[in-house]
Design a protein around this ligand. Structure first.
Ligand SMILES: NC(=O)c1ccc[n+]([C@@H]2O[C@H](COP(=O)([O-])OP(=O)(O)OC[C@H]3O[C@@H](n4cnc5c(N)ncnc54)[C@H](OP(=O)(O)O)[C@@H]3O)[C@@H](O)[C@H]2O)c1
Length: 253
């Protein structure tokens, strides 16, 4: 495995997919700067990373802190040539999510956090005419799903942002990728109280991400059998989609 970059910044690296991807990159000799809010979890990751992982804690929903983190990382460790945005928060409340008070905190991290991170690296990458930005979205953003309005809308926005960003970055030689995972066992999905089809380990998800960021191509998606089923659902007419999801949700609860 020989990724086309040497220095990756992973935001959302203190647990789950981001953490295991940091370890997977470190294993193949890539230098990783691991970020999240939890300093203790990042310190433990640094210990596990065999000298290839450094920690830089901050809150990505804070724009000033994110821009300052990017500059400080460049100064301390050298320029970042790849960004993996893996931070997210989730609200699976069965109460109505159709409220700013529910949606805003999810968007602050998942969408505005991603935009803060992109802003923090984009101008520098464009100036260098090289760079790599990978954004973890989700199949949950493909279509509206029950009890997932806040998270799903944030992920639909992320996929849209990645698509639009690709047009902007292509002329500068900056690679943009979107990652659409299915269900992966992490602290995020440990909160779910329903059966998760095709549940993967986060180590397996990390391998797919490292592989996908090495090979290139706009979309990285896994596990394929599940995500292709969701792509069929995405293309389905509403008259079929709503009864099918209503029935499937009843069965799995
Ligand atoms: N697990 C799945 O089935 C699944 C499926 C599809 C997509 N995804 C996506 O995959 C990515 C990783 O998810 P995961 O399942 O690995 O979840 P996770 O274990 O909960 O990890 C989320 C990470 O985001 C960090 N984070 C949250 N808010 C932050 C903030 N304001 N500033 C900085 N870091 C913040 C968390 O660290 P701190 O709390 O320490 O800040 C943590 O490191 C997310 O984008 C998620 O939406 C997951």
């Amino acid at each position: 495995m020989n990724p086309p970059f040497k220095h990756v910044w992973i935001i959302g690296a203190s647990s789950g997919i981001g953490r295991d991807t940091a370890l997977a990159f470190a294993k193949v000799g890539i230098k990783v700067v691991a970020s999240a809010r939890s300093q203790d979890a990042l310190d433990a990751l640094v210990k596990a990373g065999g000298g290839n992982i450094r920690a830089f804690a901050f809150d990505v929903s804070d724009r000033d802190a994110t821009l300052a983190a990017s500059d400080a990382i460049d100064l301390q460790y050298g320029p970042i040539d790849a960004l993996l945005f893996a931070a997210a928060t989730w609200n699976n409340s069965k109460d109505s999510q159709a409220s700013t008070s529910v949606i805003k905190p999810v968007f602050e991290t998942n969408v505005y956090g991603a935009l803060n991170a992109i802003e923090a690296v984009l101008a520098k990458m464009k100036r260098r005419q090289s760079g790599h930005i990978a954004i973890i979205s989700s199949v949950a953003g493909f279509r509206g799903l029950p009890n997932a309005m806040a998270y799903g809308a944030s992920k639909a926005a992320l996929t849209h942002i990645a698509e639009a960003l690709k047009f902007e970055c292509d002329p500068f030689g900056v690679v943009v990728q979107v990652i659409h995972p299915g269900f992966v066992k992490t602290p995020l999905t440990d909160k779910n109280d329903f059966k998760m089809p095709f549940l993967m380990s986060s180590e397996a998800a990390a391998d797919r991400i490292v592989n996908g960021m090495t090979k290139g191509g706009f979309e990285i998606t896994f596990p394929r059998r599940f995500t292709w089923m969701l792509k069929v659902l995405r293309a389905m007419p509403y008259a079929l989609y709503f009864p099918l999801i209503t029935a499937a949700t009843k069965q799995s609860s």
